[in-house]
Design a protein around this ligand. Structure first.
Ligand code: FAD
Length: 409
């Protein structure tokens, strides 16, 4: 995801153009005001084609700072967990729509993007995590399987902490994230979208027509969706929007199985474990043969442009302790450590909203380390906001003003 700008054409098949326009320097074609040409076209469409909506809607641009594919943000890496097992009812509900959207992308492209394995949701009882997941699944009419510590020991060689519970979400599994991202980008181009990488957005001028200033010149757009990942807070501040966002560096450890093959997909499951002191997750060996991915859902707060100037040994040590306690079949020191960034809001809900003063500036931010699986539905919600369409979801939980509402209570 990045910055998307809607240009002028009427639907993906009906393209209408005025046989005139502003005089330009061909090397600076986008640095010119041409709103009058779009308006003239709109008038023409209104008069002559009653079957077309008079306001243009398509031709989308996606702008990225770094050359693609890149590993400087939050979306790189080969795998992500996909699940309905959430504590928040709204996300379990949204996954009910996201799953078929992922499947549709697979059918359209013939590319396999997900592997259904089931996932384990474990937690110490006093924190209530598993009870909340059960509640969210039940209230959405979704299924789960009850297991106990003996099952986990026998089936997966997992030693749960005392007084813990576990359920299995049978629809959970692994999303092939790198492949998914590339597949979406290819489909975007196939359907007429334009991707501009190595293009940094420096600033933008809001208005009925938004002007975007980049290192490649200026662009104009009727609406813009800003999905800036860890850079969102800084950029939005410049646009007068402030809400609490933290960029957090996450260290992902890959731990070696003492018995080769024991933790392969098919024999072991992705998991989440909410312990007394922390929240962990993991994925069976899939990316690197014989290595299980385990991460702490936390890390040091960083400046995304200086991500490596921070000490985060404690995050890896915490992970190693957890592996030692819970997975006797894994070596407790990671063979590989990789890094990625979360952009967290205090309640770990996303921000999916319009700019408070400029309704054609749409904001998607704060995906809080769990946004990948929801990307299709997030894209749909943001696209609808950009086109002024109503959402089928109650978006109040994703609004920017929820932070002010909470602060004033
Ligand atoms: C280690 C890790 C594990 C995770 N595990 C899971 C999981 O199991 N399941 C799950 O669902 N989610 C998971 N997530 C979360 C998920 O990956 C993220 O929520 C999601 O990828 C966030 O995408 P994004 O588009 O917000 O950010 P990004 O991927 O960072 O994209 C933002 C883009 O905006 C560009 N940009 C920023 N500023 C500018 C500018 N001024 N001009 C031009 N371009 C700009 C950046 O270059 C970047 O390409 C995980 C995340 C991490 C880090």
């Amino acid at each position: 995801m990045s910055i998307r700008t809607n240009y002028f054409s009427w639907t993906s098949v009906d393209i209408v153009a005025l046989h005139d326009g502003p005089v330009i320097d061909p090397d600076r074609r986008d640095q010119v005001e041409n709103d009058w040409a779009i308006k003239t076209c709109s008038e023409f469409v209104k008069d002559v084609f009653p079957g077309l909506e008079p306001d243009p809607c398509i031709v989308e641009h996606c702008i990225y700072t770094f050359p693609l594919p890149h590993s400087r943000g939050s979306s790189h890496g080969q795998t992500r967990i996909i699940r309905k097992a959430y504590t928040q009812t709204i996300f379990a509900h949204m996954m009910g729509e996201a799953y078929p959207m992922w499947s549709k992308l697979e059918t359209e492209t013939g590319i396999l993007l997900q592997r259904t394995t089931g996932i384990l949701a474990m937690g110490v009882n006093k924190k209530g995590y598993v009870a909340e997941v059960k509640n969210a699944l039940t209230s959405n009419g979704m299924k789960y399987t009850e297991l106990n510590s003996k099952d986990l020991h026998n089936l997966y060689d997992i030693s749960m902490y005392p007084d813990s519970s576990v359920i299995m979400d049978p629809e959970g599994g692994i999303l092939k994230s790198d492949t998914a991202l590339q597949t979406y980008q290819n489909q975007f181009i196939k359907h007429g979208g334009v991707i501009l990488d190595k293009t940094e957005l420096f600033s933008l001028e809001p208005g009925e027509i938004i002007t975007l200033h980049t290192n490649r010149g200026a662009y104009v757009a009727r609406s813009v969706i800003l999905c800036l990942g860890p850079w969102a807070g800084r950029f939005l501040n410049k646009l007068g929007v402030q809400f609490p966002l933290k960029a957090v560096r996450i260290s992902v450890g890959y731990f070696k199985a003492k018995i080769p093959d024991q933790y392969e997909v098919g024999k072991f499951l992705p998991f989440i474990y909410d312990t007394d002191s922390a929240h962990f997750y993991g994925i069976p060996s899939y990316e690197y043969p014989g290595l299980v991915k385990v991460a702490l859902h936390d890390g040091p707060v960083i400046d995304p442009d200086r991500r490596d100037q921070v000490e985060n040994d404690w995050a890896i040590k915490t992970c190693s302790e957890f592996v030692k306690d819970v997975f006797p079949g894994l070596e407790p020191d990671p063979c590989i450590v990789e890094h990625c960034i979360y952009t967290k809001t205090p309640d770990e809900h996303f921000v999916l909203d319009k700019h408070p003063l400029h309704p054609n500036l749409i904001i998607g931010a704060g995906f809080s380390g769990h946004g990948f699986k929801l990307a299709p539905i997030v894209g749909k919600i943001l696209g609808n906001l950009a086109m002024g369409k109503a959402s089928t979801y109650d978006l109040s939980q994703f609004r920017i003003d929820r932070f002010q509402r909470k602060a004033s209570l």
